[in-house]
Design a protein around this ligand. Structure first.
Ligand SMILES: [Zn+2]
Length: 460
């Protein structure tokens, strides 16, 4: 009884009732960027972690007083920040990295990607591609990825193996593909997948109809119904190109956004990637339906798709996050630091106004706003007591990191994915000293070369 009482007192009396007591980890750094409601940046700060949750955030001295940690990581020359959230990508396409550059989206899809996929995509291809993608993402500070591909059950297995968080959507598309001969097959595959990964601590299974222009109305409606049956998010490409917008207007006299809304596709949690060709009425729909937007500046620039009106979306209160999109020609990497930097700069040059999208907003898009896009803002996106412990440590001892006048400016405009030193996801360290702890890096890089030879041969 005495022991229980003293433990109780220890837990609740220190620091005016704030949680205290034992912790599994304390991570401390020169600056802690919290992305909490006050957007605090704490100099000489620390975060305490117990199990998979953050139990304390504050000054290092205060956290050290409140918590007794089993293990600690002190980096007096680093920034500690929330793990970055990628809201749109195709991890397994890493094995097609650079297969066709400098072509239009439609040509890229129809002449290169769809044929290469038809000849190569298998569960093993997806497994090694997803491993390569997760490896690059984790080493670059991404702790959550939003994915859309075939054999997404394999991507989910890889995410768990890597110790990475994912919102992972099984693709549904209107022509025969590696894991489904018909959309009906794809819907069945997706239902089995949703059942298998329900309530997983790291994976949120999702339904991912590829786009309006690659699916029938009936399939789109069925995809929404299936997502709602399992309370799963729906992921879709939307209004990516002018052609997609023009085709919808000429064939149906509605914008793609209006068509999807009319079909009821937004009647539930939705993440829409790109949203480049949206007008005021479309943005009003996205706002009214609570659709989260994944802005992909690198991809939109590389494929010359256009400039998404993200400044206007943000002003309207639409949730906008960032995504690198696919590595196979539409980007070609998974670098969230680059997406932050480009999101800010693309908005500025488009508006001829350097103030329209400041560094603070760009970092929010990669963290807490990204969490809102996924409907996960209560769990991830900031360093706050009670949230999942997804953290990154970014080094400040390289030429591109000094001197430092503002931690957030440095994160967005100066630091690189390569500067990430340590990563924790769900309370577990997965990168230490820029080395992956969960995956076999050597084997993954060797396999990538092997697949390069196979893919090239298949296209001859
Ligand atoms: Zn995409």
């Amino acid at each position: 009884m005495f022991r229980i009482c003293s433990f109780f007192l220890f837990v609740f009396t220190l620091a005016g009732g704030a949680p205290s007591g034992p912790a599994d980890w304390i991570w401390s750094a020169r600056y802690v960027i919290t992305e909490d409601a006050q957007r605090r940046v704490i100099e000489n700060g620390a975060v305490a972690i117990r199990g998979d949750r953050i139990v304390g955030v504050g000054g290092k001295a205060e956290i050290d007083k409140r918590f007794e940690a089993k293990q600690r990581l002190d980096r007096p020359d680093a920034i500690l920040a929330p793990g970055l959230i990628n809201t749109h990508t195709h991890a397994a396409m890493s094995l097609f990295r650079g297969i066709a550059d400098d072509v239009r989206l439609q040509d890229w899809l129809e002449k290169y990607i769809f044929p290469a996929e038809a000849k190569n995509v298998s569960p093993e291809f997806v497994r090694w591609g997803a491993r390569l993608g997760c490896l690059e993402m984790l080493l670059g500070g991404t702790t959550t990825f939003t994915d859309m591909y075939y054999f997404e059950d394999v991507v989910a297995e890889v995410a768990k193996e890597a110790g990475m968080r994912g919102v992972l959507g099984e693709t549904i598309i209107g022509f025969p593909v590696a894991d489904a001969k018909t959309p009906a097959d794809a819907l069945q595959f997706t239902e089995r997948y949703l059942t298998r990964f329900r309530n997983d601590p790291l994976v949120v299974p999702a339904v991912a109809p590829h786009a309006l222009y690659t699916n029938s109305d009936a399939t789109l409606k069925a995809a929404r119904a299936l997502a709602n049956k399992y309370n799963a998010p729906l992921i879709i490409h939307l209004a990516e190109t002018k052609k997609e917008r023009d085709d919808a207007l000429s064939q149906r006299h509605m914008t793609p956004t209006k068509v999807l809304d009319t079909l009821g596709v937004f009647a539930g949690r939705t993440v829409a990637a790109h949203c480049v060709w949206v007008n005021e009425a479309d943005m009003a729909i996205l706002k009214a339906r609570g659709v989260g937007v994944a802005h992909c500046p690198s991809s939109n620039m590389k494929l010359a798709s256009g400039v998404a009106p993200v400044v206007r979306m943000l002003a309207l209160g639409i949730n906008v996050g960032l995504g690198p999109d696919g590595p196979a020609g539409s980007n070609n990497d998974f670098n969230m630091f680059e997406e932050m930097d480009l999101a800010a700069k693309l908005a500025k040059v488009t508006a001829l106004d350097p103030q329209v999208l400041p560094a603070t907003t760009a970092l929010e898009m990669a963290t807490i706003r990204g969490a809102r896009v996924l409907g996960m803002e209560k769990e991830i996106g900031s360093l706050e007591t009670g949230k999942r412990a997804d953290l990154i440590m970014v080094r400040l001892d390289r030429p591109n990191a000094v001197p430092l006048y503002g931690a957030i400016s440095q994160m967005v405009y100066a630091l690189k994915a390569d500067d990430v030193r340590d990563v924790m996801v769900n309370g577990k360290p997965v990168v230490r000293d820029a080395k992956i702890l969960t995956l076999d890096e050597k084997a993954i890089l060797a396999k990538a070369q092997e697949y390069r030879a196979r893919v090239s041969a298949s296209l001859k």
